[in-house]
Design a protein around this ligand. Sequence first.
Ligand SMILES: [Fe+2]
Ligand SMILES: [Fe+2]
Length: 187
Amino acid sequence: MTKIDDQVRQTIARILKVNHAGECGAIRIYAAQIFVAGWLYPDLVPELRTFLLHEKVHCQAFLDALNIRKGRPCAAMSLWSTGGTLLGLGCALLGRNAIMVCTQAVEQTVHRHLQAQIAFLSDHDEPLRSLIESIRVQELEHLDYARERIKPSFVNAPLCAFIEASTEIVIWLSTQGAVSRMEKALR
Ligand SMILES: [Fe+2]
Ligand SMILES: [Fe+2]
């Protein structure tokens, strides 16, 4: 195997590792939001439950893809799980608008990464490209749902920026910057 093949294989393993960990984080976020929304905003629960179900399917699909390619799950999984729970709980306690801002921030970060991964994989791994494309469509539904429900508030921009930056830091740490380097190279 050439060095380039090896590099591509390693990048794909890191993409899958971070995607699987990210879906675990998303599961924790939605589960925490549902927990609080059950008490405070019950009208949001059915949609949040649907999104939670989507994230569980995505998580399993990435785990299967990881196993097929003999990759390993993220070593920092507890960071994603704990971070997801705290983020979901914190935002839900801030109010229903913060739930939507949280969903928007996380989903648009996810969407940006998936777009870059799709571009990279189109030359290297068609089955995975097609899986990510189908997941991207559902992530966009989550993003659109949140965007349509956000009410204007001075809190929105700083909260969104904080969540996006935190998500990017955890992604960087989980892949030792490999995903960021791949995306830079694709620009
Ligand atoms: Fe997802
Ligand atoms: Fe999502």
